[in-house]
Write a protein that binds this ligand. Structure first.
Ligand SMILES: C[S@@+](CC[C@H](N)C(=O)[O-])C[C@H]1O[C@@H](n2cnc3c(N)ncnc32)[C@H](O)[C@@H]1O
Length: 268
């Protein structure tokens, strides 16, 4: 599939998720309510005790809590990439306070709309949601103190471009912290090629060492992996995408799907 086709597919999937009402969101997408069998929520963490948490913005679409390791300070200008309904933006807002600013960027129109509605209900004037693509951000260089992102970069076809863009928009000495899905070892071709799995955050994920190498090659320093959590896939799903031999290798080796939270700095 071409990158633009993949992006279109992602917009359609997340557009549908954004349009569900609050009651529906807990059932989706493990059931067929999105017209899909993919479970987008297997990676998500519990945000309920986080300051700034807003249940309307929490669609269980994250795979970590990047604000925990992002070193955000009062007064910072924070950019959240793939901000969805605004979950991490509102947590970041609680840290930056009145004097800071939070910008959410997302390419799915319906997500931007939902995030703006959530923001209007909260009455924040220093949180904004901007439509746009992470591979070509609509921001000038050296603008943000901190960039965060939660379970998004695995969906971006050109990760080198994404990290180069993060580097460009961060101030010198600024830093980023992302939670993302990565793969250790190799997953079967069948699994990787499946577009549904891709939108479920697996098939577009990079091998972990390659992912960290892209970050390093983009010019970042002090790369730290704070958290790694293996995602246990159900037996039925594994057998659907792997033949018995592949399944055996999957079980004995280091191979697996992990959510990781990584932080790093742009040199001064
Ligand atoms: C798995 S959801 C995560 C949403 C949010 N970070 C959260 O934790 O609730 C992925 C989000 O990233 C957005 N996205 C994916 N690829 C993108 C891209 N290239 N540029 C901007 N947004 C993108 C999708 O529209 C979707 O809202």
């Amino acid at each position: 599939m071409k990158p633009e086709e993949l992006k279109q597919l992602i917009k359609e999937k997340y557009g549908k998720i954004a349009e569900q009402n609050t009651e529906e969101k807990s059932c989706c997408c493990s059931s067929s309510c999105c017209g899909s069998e993919v479970d987008y929520t297997v990676f998500s963490e519990d945000y309920k005790n986080k300051e700034g948490y807003n249940p309307d913005a929490d669609m269980n679409l994250g795979c970590g809590i990047p604000t925990d390791y992002a070193g955000i300070k009062k007064g910072d200008h924070v950019l959240d990439l793939g901000s969805g309904a605004g979950n991490d933006c509102f947590v970041a807002r609680a840290i930056v306070g009145e004097t800071g600013k939070v910008t959410g960027l997302d390419m799915t129109e319906q997500m931007i709309r939902k995030a703006k509605e959530n923001c209007a209900k909260l009455g924040f004037t220093n949180v904004e949601f901007i439509p746009g693509d992470i591979e070509n951000m609509p921001f000038e260089k050296d603008l943000f103190n901190v960039v965060i992102s939660n379970c998004v970069l695995n969906l971006v076809p050109d990760k080198s471009k994404a990290f180069a863009e993060i580097f460009r928009v961060l101030k010198p000495g600024g830093h980023f912290c992302v939670s993302d899905v990565v793969i250790k070892g190799r997953l079967s071709e069948k699994m990787l090629k499946d577009a549904e799995m891709y939108a479920g955050c697996v098939s577009g994920a990079s091998e972990m060492n390659e992912y960290l190498k892209i970050i390093e090659d983009s010019g970042f320093v002090n790369i730290k992996v704070h958290k790694q959590k293996e995602i246990k896939l159900p037996e039925s799903l594994l057998s659907e995408y792997n033949d018995p031999n592949e399944l055996k290798l999957y079980r004995v080796g280091d191979t697996g799907i992990f959510s990781i939270t990584v932080s790093t700095f742009k040199p001064k």
